[in-house]
Ligand binder design. Structure first.
Ligand code: BES
Ligand code: MN
Ligand code: ZN
Length: 462
């Protein structure tokens, strides 16, 4: 399923968008029966409230959707998308007193609201699709690229671990590389030891679905941007096994990988003038006789030794080797995305993507782009005084400090030890929506990708 706008020349029906404070003036533009219908069905212009208007022959002529107030819109991102599901199929255009940011939110929300994950219900009835003509002033290529990237991210995350192990993630990775004629290579199984990726191997070796490092390069011109995504296809916690409540969502522990792949799709589809590299350590964190154990000390690719104080803090281990590898060449910008800590959720909840960077310019660019892309992010502190917390004494680094506080920050500090480039941005995402929200159905969701996409030009001085 691919998100798309309707052909701009196709005949279309009108969806009137009506802010609550413009209801009266809107009603005056309507013929009396329509005005009466909206009054008698108590239409008040509430955000996402929909009324269909009939033609003389009883067909649907047009429709009216409330756009609420600035306050209700701030409370509900993509709130108008709620109306889209109630529209009959066919081609629609929107009309109303809207600025470009509002039209963009509506158009993007429209595309995102049509995402379905129904591969496992082949007989399920699918609602008719109401296609939107891209509103005037919006960029259809940009919006469809953002939606398609998000669809890919959601599909990868929603697919259960039974069908999305390291091999299947590799296949999806190679398929994307193929589509955009990118160079891709894979280092798998024992070759990870031969090629010196000890942490990736240690985390993934207990699974018969062997660990691998996926590597993609695309583009011939411009600055190099390296994306690193946590690809833990399932996280049982390892020998420090998670309780069932903590394990149940862990098919989404490759959410960082899925999100960097969605972002890569956007970049490549839009043909941005950058060179892109994507690195994904793809592993399963499971249990068998050869699983890594608490208190194991492993020498990482970079040479730093790591004491494994919790086998459930596996994400930072696999990312450490991938980040060190990324930094073995000149690169302008290194970005990691990972479902790294529960602590990030305690800090900002499921809806916000917290990020870390030492580069104030990158932070400012991301905050601006987050607004433009309806993709909320929040900068978190790389607080140097907490460095000592990740130093266990017996080794260089501790993957799971007993500190008990600031778990997302100490994880970010851990990752920073493996990056020697001035520009590094790390996202600690959730990649999941706990309850249905407009344009974001319960389940997988991409976080931070649109903010990064739109922030790249400012971050790179393009
Ligand atoms: N994948 C989890 C983090 C996670 C848990 C993300 C729940 C989103 C929701 C990660 O591998 C993990 O288990 N982290 C531990 C680290 C701890 C053992 C230091 C955590 O956050 O509890
Ligand atoms: Mn874990
Ligand atoms: Zn994990």
């Amino acid at each position: 399923m691919t998100p798309a706008f309707a052909d701009s020349a196709a005949p279309s029906r009108c969806l009137h968008i009506v802010p609550a404070d413009r209801l009266d003036s809107f009603l005056e533009t309507l013929p009396e029966p329509a005005r009466q219908w909206l009054r008698s069905t108590r239409f008040e212009g509430g955000l996402g409230d929909l009324r269909l208007l009939p033609a003389a022959d009883g067909q649907v002529d047009s429709a009216v959707a409330g756009f609420g107030t600035p306050k209700t819109r701030r409370r509900t991102r993509f709130g108008l998308a709620r109306a889209v599901a109630g529209l009959p199929g066919g081609t629609w255009h929107i009309d109303g007193p809207l600025g470009i940011a509002e039209k963009t939110e509506i158009a993007l929300g429209w595309l995102l609201s049509q995402y379905r994950f129904d591969q496992y219900r082949p007989d399920a009835k699918r609602p008719e699709t109401a296609l939107l003509k891209c509103p005037e002033g919006c960029d259809p290529a940009l919006l469809t690229a953002m939606a398609e990237g998000e669809y890919l991210t959601r599909d990868l995350i929603n697919t259960p671990a039974s069908d999305m192990g390291p091999a299947e993630l590799e296949a999806a990775f190679l398929e994307l590389a193929d589509r955009f004629v990118a160079d891709a290579s894979v280092i798998g199984g024992d070759a990870l030891l031969d090629r010196n990726f000890p942490l990736i191997h240690a985390v993934g070796r207990a699974s018969p679905r062997y660990p691998r490092l996926l590597d993609m390069r695309w583009g011939e011109r411009g600055p190099l941007v390296t994306l690193v995504g946590k690809g833990v296809c399932f996280d049982t916690g390892g020998l420090n096994i998670k309780p069932s409540s903590g394990m149940s969502l862990m098919k989404k522990d490759m959410g960082g990988a899925a999100t960097v792949l969605g972002l890569a799709l956007m970049v490549m589809r839009l043909n941005l003038p950058i060179r892109l590299r994507v690195l994904i350590p793809a592993v399963e964190n499971v249990i068998s006789g050869n699983a890594m154990k608490p208190k194991d000390i492993i020498t990482s690719r970079k040479g730093l030794t790591v004491e494994v104080n919790d086998t459930d803090a596996e994400g930072r281990l696999v990312l450490a080797d991938a980040l060190a590898y990324a930094c073995e060449e000149e690169t302008e910008l290194v970005i990691s995305m990972a479902t790294l800590t529960g602590a990030a959720r305690v800090a900002v909840g499921p809806d916000i993507a917290p990020f870390y960077t030492d580069d104030p310019m990158a932070a400012a660019a991301l905050e601006t782009a987050a607004q433009a892309g309806f993709d909320p992010v929040w900068r978190m502190p790389l607080h140097d005084p907490y460095e000592s917390v990740i130093e266990p004494g017996v080794a260089d680094l501790d993957n799971a400090p007993g500190f008990g506080f600031a778990g997302s920050i100490t994880a970010a500090l851990f990752l920073r030890r493996f990056v020697d480039k001035p520009r590094y941005v790390h996202f600690d995402i959730y990649a999941h929506t706990p309850t249905d929200a407009p344009a974001r159905p319960k389940g997988a969701v991409g976080q931070g990708a649109r903010a990064l996409l739109l922030g790249l030009p400012a971050m790179l001085g393009l």
